[in-house]
Design a protein around this ligand. Structure first.
Ligand SMILES: *Cc1c(COP(=O)(O)O)cnc(C)c1O
Length: 388
């Protein structure tokens, strides 16, 4: 595809030509052995991505469906969960869980900051929680969660650890066999296809640990049909079976995307994203723009950036768009005061360099003096010294 825009919203992310090509392959019946083989490989590779000995589910939907599948298959009406929220997407679990009659307690950080582990520990000592939700990186604030510290605390309290990986999976490691604090594992990781995996929107992807699967078993009936993992389990184990038609072409694209992710390797991919995040924020600071999140809590995959005094949001973003760079506006009370830039998935160094240059030009349009060459040089230096 020629003249592609540089799509730096926090999902969807730029789609590589190989992935578009896969998407455009001939549509086959969902029980055609040629498709079934691809679906099976995509499911197996999803297990590799999460390094899980549990089960994964890859179904038509978006990240929000995966959030719903996580909750509805593990927590009953009347049981209680704790939501650790670093912004808009953390908060999404509140209404979601309440819709199913689940009791919800929330620990909300001031936007741009993290909930401290001590506060979580203290809350967990007050009640029994069936599950605790943590957003690995919150797309509204650009704040990441400290899984190293949180997972052991959650598990020691006897709760299931549910990680929303929607802007983290395939960028940051979410190894479900890893023993946090020596013995504690993540129970559920969920995501959507359109963020750091780099596929167009349309797939809900979720992994359940053996303990999370056991929680589903104990529940017998759940208040869901399409979102009930028990209806999908036979299909995930034998993708030639039918429950509801899988999005055949998206599965082609996802299968290709996973091969790209696994070929790069998660350790490298994580290092690349950490380098991207640091480099982008350093370059934007040269323009006098300050990230909402301090560097020690900032997400590797996207940043929420505060405008300097006098820069007008709508004009800034439309000037960028006119030059082919698309970023997102701020959410809730940050609307007009911030913009959000994704730097994840298969986004390239060249695209980021071009974006920094064009952001400088858009600032100049608003009579804001910036040193574009310096910002681009610093970005280039940080990317090339860190990544290789
Ligand atoms: C985008 C996002 C979601 C919601 O995903 P949809 O695909 O829009 O339903 C949930 N959590 C996080 C952290 C996200 O970034």
């Amino acid at each position: 595809m020629k003249n592609k825009e540089i799509l730096l919203v926090p999902g969807p992310t730029p789609v590589l030509d190989d992935i578009y090509e896969a998407l455009a392959s001939e549509t086959r019946g969902h029980t055609d052995p040629r498709f079934v083989q691809i679906y099976k490989r995509a499911i197996d590779n999803t297990k590799k991505l999460f390094n899980t000995d549990g089960e994964v589910f890859v179904v038509a939907g978006s990240g929000t469906l995966a959030m719903e599948m996580a909750i509805v298959n593990t927590v009953k009406a009347g049981e209680r969960i704790l939501v650790i929220s670093h912004g808009f997407f953390g908060d999404r679990f509140i209404l979601l869980a309440k819709s199913f009659g689940i009791e919800v307690d929330v620990l909300q950080a001031e936007w741009g900051q993290r909930v401290s582990v001590q506060v979580v520990q203290n809350q967990l000592s007050k009640h029994t929680y069936k599950a605790v939700t943590v957003t690995h990186a919150d797309t509204s604030t650009g704040v990441s969660a400290d899984l190293e510290a949180l997972v052991p605390v959650i598990k020691e309290a006897g709760a299931l650890a549910i990680v929303d990986g929607v802007v983290a999976t395939a960028a940051l490691q979410e190894d479900m066999s890893k023993a946090y604090g020596g013995k504690h594992k993540i129970d559920i990781v969920l995501t959507g296809s359109q963020k750091a995996i780099g596929v167009p929107p349309g797939l809900a992807i979720i992994a359940f640990s053996p303990q999370a699967l056991a929680a589903r078993e104990e529940m017998e009936q759940v208040p869901a049909y399409y979102a009930d993992i028990k209806n999908w389990l036979p299909i995930m184990q034998d993708p030639g079976k039918y429950f509801a038609t899988p999005p055949v072409n998206l599965i082609y694209a996802y299968d290709t995307a996973l091969e790209i992710v696994l070929k790069e390797g998660m350790a490298k991919r994580e290092a690349r994203h950490i380098a991207y995040g640091r480099a982008i924020r350093t370059a934007l600071r040269i323009y006098g723009m300050t990230p909402l999140a301090e560097e020690n809590v900032a997400a590797a995959t996207l940043s929420c950036i505060q405008y300097p005094e006098g820069v007008e949001d709508t004009k800034f973003r439309s000037d960028l768009a006119a030059r082919g760079v698309i970023v997102a506006g701020g959410l809730a009370h940050l609307a007009g005061k911030t913009f959000r830039i994704g730097h994840m998935g298969n986004t390239t160094e060249d695209q980021l360099e071009q974006a920094i240059r064009i952001i400088g030009e858009a600032l100049k349009e608003q009579q804001y003096e910036v040193d574009i060459e310096k910002a681009v040089d610093v970005l280039h230096h940080l990317l090339t010294s860190n990544v290789k």
